[in-house]
Design a protein around this ligand. Structure first.
Ligand SMILES: Nc1ncnc2c1ncn2[C@@H]1O[C@H](COP(=O)(O)OP(=O)(O)OP(=O)(O)O)[C@@H](O)[C@H]1O
Ligand SMILES: [Mg+2]
Length: 364
């Protein structure tokens, strides 16, 4: 978009006319002080203003109007036309040359401003495009996380209802064979017993995997019970000692909030096991009338420190952050002291807030 040049809006020409009038009035007001000297000065200032702020056309108009005005009203003999007479020619040419220079400078300034505006516009457009891409990526990752949850829930149900049931049936058949097979050779009975043990282990594994994928306790009994169950299993599997600080009677916080906090717990404890080298971990769950939080701390080596690129968030940390952000909360990672602290804070949904803290509702 070119904002300099002859083609200007009527408003710009109106303003340049106004600048000329002001110059005329000011020059008239200055006459008692400066007398007949410098008749062109105020018109040069008006020309500079018009060229600088309004462009080439308005600048030229002010300059052209200024010449006869200075001549007729302020150059002796007053009220005569003498600009192009021999004695006045030097002053006239000085005015014209100086004004042309001012118009030139004004136009150059307009050109620079226009280029700058163009560049700023491009930058703003690029920033908007990046923002849009980021928003789309965020939406996509949130959708993927939801689908991952749904998929986990489906696989957990399938494992339980299909593989789990078949294993149960197999266990009954093998158990029945062993119990009714007193006349079978001893080594066959021994194999049947081993098969029964294997089926039992397999059933328990399938159940554990299914529950880890989507803990039924979470929906049935809430976050506190699911956290206790998960932490116990994690401590057995990893050998890491986990201290728990969970209030006895935690209120229910809504399915979405509880699921997100549970996923934060899972990922944070997995990170403690994979990255921290810590032998202990501390899990705290808490809530007040407005928000609920979960903290997982360890005494390990801490997050990579140094420049901003030192910590390379994988799917784990980004996933936790997106999940928490989607519910209006924040995820904090802190490694200032020894070890690492992960804290997710989520505002309680209105329904959960009212159910958990009826007193707070009554007070509002
Ligand atoms: N408790 C911790 N102690 C030390 N470093 C940690 C801890 N948690 C995370 N980190 C560091 O942060 C990095 C990113 O963690 P994040 O969970 O995002 O990815 P990841 O565990 O490497 O892979 P994944 O995508 O499978 O989770 C890790 O590679 C590790 O360097
Ligand atoms: Mg991880």
């Amino acid at each position: 978009m070119r904002t300099f040049g002859i083609g200007r809006t009527p408003r710009a020409y109106l303003l340049s006319g106004l600048a000329f009038l002001v110059a005329l009035l000011v020059r008239d007001a200055l006459t008692p002080i400066v007398g007949e000297s410098l008749p062109h000065a105020t018109f040069m200032v008006a020309t500079a203003f018009a060229a600088w702020f309004l462009g080439l056309g308005p600048g030229l108009v002010t300059m052209i109007l200024g010449l006869p005005a200075a001549d007729y009203f302020f150059t002796p003999p007053i009220h005569t036309w003498s600009a192009f007479t021999r004695p006045e020619l030097p002053a006239t040419f000085t005015y014209l040359i100086a004004s042309c220079a001012l118009v030139g400078m004004g136009v150059a300034n307009q050109r620079r401003s226009a280029e700058l505006r163009e560049k700023n516009l491009q930058i703003a457009k690029q920033a908007a495009a990046v923002e849009l891409t980021n928003t789309r990526l965020r939406e996509l990752s949130v959708r993927l996380l939801h689908e991952q949850d749904e998929e986990r829930r489906r696989i957990a149900r399938e494992l339980h209802d299909s593989v789990g049931q078949y294993l149960g049936a197999l266990g009954m058949i093998v158990g029945g064979l062993r119990r009714g097979g007193n006349d079978l050779p001893q080594n066959v009975l021994e194999r049947l017993r081993e098969a029964e043990d294997a089926i039992r282990s397999c059933t328990s594994e399938v159940r554990t995997i299914s529950h880890l994928l989507h803990p039924p306790l979470l929906e049935e009994l809430g976050l506190a019970s699911a956290v206790r169950w998960y932490v116990q299993g994690f401590a057995e599997r990893s050998g890491i000692q986990v201290q728990m600080q969970i209030p006895e009677n935690s209120p229910r916080m809504g399915d979405d909030v509880e699921l997100v906090l549970f996923r934060v717990l899972q990922e944070s404890l997995t990170n403690v096991h994979r990255h921290s080298g810590s032998e202990v971990a501390i899990v705290r769950v808490g809530s007040d009338s407005h928000q609920v939080w979960i903290e997982v701390a360890d005494h390990g080596k801490g997050l990579p420190q140094g420049n901003q690129n030192a910590l390379r968030p994988g799917v784990g940390i980004s996933g936790m952050r997106e999940r928490v952000r989607e519910l209006g909360g924040v995820l904090e990672l802190n490694s200032e002291g020894k070890g690492t602290l992960v804290k997710a804070v989520i505002p309680l949904p209105a329904a959960a807030r009212d159910a958990a803290h009826p007193a707070a509702r009554a007070a509002t």
